[in-house]
Design a protein around this ligand. Structure first.
Ligand code: CP
Ligand code: NVA
Length: 299
């Protein structure tokens, strides 16, 4: 592969190969080759990050490369320099770019104009790196996603749910998304997705019923802070012990983090499932190293 802009662009085989590689890299940690020796990778972030930034910086170093963090506010991009000009400059200097921003089109344009491998580190439309870590966690905890039911409780048309819906489409597991009507995926998206295994409901208990994986995310994504009216619509959509009573025996709970306790997840549930949730966070490192290796080897 030579880029990772979305889950949509990946096949089931791509996903499985990346996860096999991530598992291998996790086992081999500390014995990495110098796959990125001599390479500088730019991290261009115009939104906040803890996990994504740290896991990429550590991962690039572990593979022998040099990460260069560029806050969108510190480079001329923040003063209005077009993404295509930024891309054409960086494309002549660094070996790859990892971008966290708002518009998916900016990541697409960066990839096109820079000509260097580009990785989407979260846009408003997709969070592919997170989904790789989530799938890795499901494999580790449940063995497989085949025959499993995944519930997503929360914003039905955020970067996380969009990436999850594409993952379900590609891999074929059952995905039930419970979301207030105003946050559900629009008909044109669902027509494009065309996945009978993805269902949308306004009933969190129905989505959680028999679920092997119960997944949630913040109600207000980055850039939506202050949308108090939107937040009010999520009353009743909290992942708490009452909701989990509907889930399958042995279910796991996922949260991409950061978590807002008392909103999308209760304190009790987060702490009860912290072992899985922080394993999921750690898996960002291994999954992204797999992406970097696949890009470096063009495999
Ligand atoms: N889950 C995730 O992407 O976390 P950060 O925003 O901290 O990078
Ligand atoms: N949907 C969240 C994900 C954070 C990792 C956001 O975009 O803020």
């Amino acid at each position: 592969m030579n880029q990772l802009l979305s889950i949509e662009e990946l096949s089931a085989k791509d996903l499985e190969r990346l996860l096999d590689s991530a598992e291998y890299l996790k086992r081999q940690r500390g014995r990495d080759g110098q796959t990125l020796a001599g390479q500088t990778w730019a991290l261009i972030f115009t939104k906040s990050s803890t996990r994504t930034r740290v896991s990429f910086e550590v991962g690039i170093r572990e593979l022998g490369g040099f990460p260069m963090f560029l806050s969108g506010n510190d480079i001329q991009l923040g003063r209005g320099e077009p993404i295509k000009d930024t891309a054409r400059v960086l494309g002549r200097m660094v070996h790859g770019a990892i971008i966290r921003t708002f518009a998916q089109q900016d990541v697409v344009d960066f990839a096109e104009f820079s000509g260097i491998p580009t990785i989407n580190a979260l846009t408003d439309d997709e969070h592919p790196c997170q989904i790789l870590a989530d799938l890795l966690t499901i494999r580790e905890k449940l063995g497989t996603w085949e025959g499993k039911k995944v519930a997503f409780i929360g914003d039905g048309f955020s970067n996380m749910t969009i990436s999850w819906m594409w993952a379900a489409k590609r891999l074929g597991f059952e995905l039930a998304v419970a979301s207030p009507v105003s946050c559900q995926p629009p008909a044109d998206f669902l027509a494009k997705l065309d996945a009978a295994n993805v269902t949308i409901t306004t009933d969190p208990a129905a989505a959680a019923k028999g679920a092997d994986v119960v997944n949630t995310d913040v109600w207000l994504s980055m850039g939506q802070e202050g949308q108090k009216e939107k937040e009010l619509e999520f009353a009743g959509f909290q992942v708490n012990s009452e909701l989990l009573a509907h889930a399958a025996p042995g279910h796991i709970v996922l949260h991409c983090l950061p978590a807002y306790r008392g909103k999308e997840i209760s304190e009790e549930v987060l702490e009860l499932h912290a072992g899985t949730i922080f394993q999921q966070a750690e898996n960002r490192l291994h999954a992204q190293k797999a992406v970097l290796v696949a890009i470096a080897r063009k495999s």
